[in-house]
Design a protein around this ligand. Structure first.
Ligand SMILES: [Zn+2]
Length: 92
């Protein structure tokens, strides 16, 4: 009996910035993912997608904002967005 073969093949969760493999199904399935090393539930980027660290969160958000119309060449996030990312990653 090969149970691997009977498992439904789903896209796996990965960090939206660095591509790190996470434990869980891909973001579009609507569930949660866990960090393979730290164990805790990974966070999600403001614009969607899993991010494995505060740096990846920041980089993903900046990249997405930079790709929006009128944001060409944006090199930093505004204060409000930086604060919201910082607060999200504060461990209680
Ligand atoms: Zn990452």
């Amino acid at each position: 009996m090969n149970t691997e073969a009977t498992k439904r093949v789903r896209e796996k969760a990965t960090c939206r910035h660095c591509g790190k493999s996470l434990i869980g199904d891909a973001y579009q399935y609507g569930g949660h993912a866990h960090h393979p090393d730290k164990g805790g539930q990974v966070k999600t980027c403001h614009y969607g997608g899993f991010v494995c660290s505060v740096d990846c969160d920041y980089s993903t958000t900046l990249k997405l904002e930079g790709s929006m119309p009128g944001h060409n060449g944006q090199v930093a996030l505004d204060f409000g967005m930086r604060e919201s990312i910082r607060k999200k990653w504060v461990t209680p």
